[in-house]
Design a protein around this ligand. Structure first.
Ligand code: GDP
Ligand code: IMO
Ligand code: MG
Length: 455
């Protein structure tokens, strides 16, 4: 290969960017990726699996994407499911079929890493069986469980790390190899399921191999070495947007362990999950909803178990895109957000769901934690046990009455809403560059001038 193929064809180097959630997921990453897609050539998912649920609203049409990057709704883009993702092939095919039925083009604009690991039906059984076992052991519903999406994410990543029981998307393209691997896996897996107390339906290697080789055949045109693909695109001068699934506080290393997911969903997962060095990413958008939510178990210092929490849930329609579970709701926790900005290297914030906060007399923002011994800290503690008994230290800001859904500019916002955003910028130290006031594409505006003006 001549050295010239490694030089960009355009004169100005493309700036690659990332979109990442700064809280516990469901910040509106799908909406923001869809919006930014027009500025990039390739959209790359680097982590997670069908535990993600990214909603994109185009006019009155709502799309829920789980495995396919939200860039699929933009035309002429390459959408890549990177090696760091765990792929449930049948779910992926359902998603492809569902999009095609609605007239969305899915063809060579969707590429899947041959090294992405496969989520098999037994992973979902293991996921559910372990959750049920933990629930029984704790004697009280909910306690002890992680509250997973039961999409098989943890068990699939466990197999990846264990190596000898793992399957990768490339394996689905070789029926004989797939069968050989499943012959080893099935017996062992049945014993493991039995040990978890699951009612085990026999895992028959031939049946599973036939079923997943068939899925592999349908996916064959999409499966490729996406690491070379993305570097070829970059070398040809094209720009890449990385789409984070889940969020920084669910990161396996940096989130509220063990109430996290099983991948590096902060931007630190990008290099490993896509094969692109972190230093090539020029811009990181941290997505922050204007309050906090989380689904499943784990620490949530600003959680509101009262009418105010219910009101936020109702106004924000806070029910899971993937599981339909009601999301736990609470005030904005800036200690947590500032920590995520640090870990992810975020350059700018996109503040979403600001419209949900209309109609409250006052709004609280968490700026510190009080430990059970009465001492205070402004540092996040990414460990559930060590966060036990933390209570929030709040600043109270005035609320606003007016609905924001028709606002098109930061100056259009009520003074109190502008002050709310200003408070975030001053506390976290980076600008709020995008503001979202509704689910639709048009309900978003840029506001990059403000931070500079305030300093
Ligand atoms: P993601 O997982 O981060 O992509 O977020 P989800 O799609 O799971 O959840 C965000 C929800 O909020 C979706 O239903 C979006 O349509 C909706 N949404 C996004 N931005 C806004 C906004 O600014 N205002 C309102 N009201 N809804 C929004
Ligand atoms: P998006 O991309 C919200 C949570 C689950 C559970 C924990 C572990 O839509 O923001 P898992 O099934 O991953 O083993 O569950 O992580 N979780 C999410 N919560 N949004 C998500 O994704 C999530 N992905 C995982 O609720 O508490
Ligand atoms: Mg979601």
């Amino acid at each position: 290969m001549s050295p010239s193929t490694h030089h960009r064809s355009s004169s100005s180097p493309a700036v690659h960017a990332a979109v990442v959630g700064l809280q516990w997921g469901d910040e509106g990453k799908g909406k923001i990726v869809d919006l930014l897609t027009s500025r990039y050539d390739c959209i790359v998912r680097y982590n997670g699996g069908a535990n993600a649920g990214h909603t994109v609203q185009v006019g009155t049409e709502r799309y829920a994407l789980h495995l396919i990057p939200s860039g699929i709704l933009g035309s002429g883009k390459i959408n890549i499911v990177g090696n760091g993702v765990v792929v449930d092939p049948e779910k992926l095919l359902d998603e492809v079929d569902g999009l095609r039925k609605r007239g969305v083009h899915v063809g060579d604009n969707l590429r899947i890493s041959d090294r992405a690991h496969v989520v098999m039906p037994y992973h979902k059984e293991q996921d559910a069986a372990l959750e049920e076992l933990l629930e029984k052991k704790s004697g009280k519903s909910g306690a002890g469980q992680i509250g997973t999406t039961r999409r098989g994410i943890g068990p699939a990543y466990s197999d990846k790390v264990r190596r000898s029981t793992a399957l990768r998307m490339g394996d689905l393209l070789d029926h004989a190899l797939l069968l050989r691997k499943l012959e080893t896996i099935c017996g062992l897996r049945m014993a493991e399921l039995e040990a978890l107390g699951a009612s085990v339906t026999p895992l028959i290697p031939e049946q599973l191999a036939a079923r997943f080789a068939a899925a592999g055949e349908r996916l064959r045109p999409h499966i490729t070495d996406t690491v070379y693909l993305v570097h070829d695109e970059i070398n040809a001068g094209r720009s890449v947007l990385f789409e984070g699934a889940n969020a920084c506080l669910l990161d396996i290393d940096h989130g509220t362990f063990p109430y996290v997911t099983s991948s590096n969903c902060s931007t630190l997962g990008i290099p490993a999950g896509s094969g692109v060095p972190g230093r090539m990413i020029g811009k990181v958008y941290g997505i922050m909803k204007a309050y906090s939510t989380r689904v499943g178990g784990g620490p949530f210092v600003t959680e509101l178990l009262d009418e105010t929490g219910n009101r936020i849930r109702a106004r924000g329609r806070e029910y899971g895109t993937t599981t339909g579970r009601p999301r736990r709701c609470g005030w904005l926790d800036l200690v947590a957000v500032k920590y995520s900005v640090m870990v992810c290297g975020a350059d700018a914030i996109a503040c979403t769901l600001l419209d949900v906060l209309s109609g409250f007399d006052e709004l609280k923002i968490c700026v510190g934690y009080r430990r059970p011994d009465g001492s205070v800290t402004d540092r996040f503690v990414p460990d559930a046990e060590r966060m036990n008994g933390f209570t929030p230290i709040y600043e109270t800001l005035p609320g606003w009455e007016r609905e924001l859904t028709a606002c098109t500019d930061r100056d259009d916002l009520p003074r109190e809403a502008q002050a709310y955003l200003g408070f975030v910028e001053n506390f976290v130290g980076i600008p709020v560059e995008l503001v979202s006031v509704g689910p639709e594409r048009s309900q978003t505006f840029e506001s990059s001038q403000r931070f500079a003006a305030a300093h």
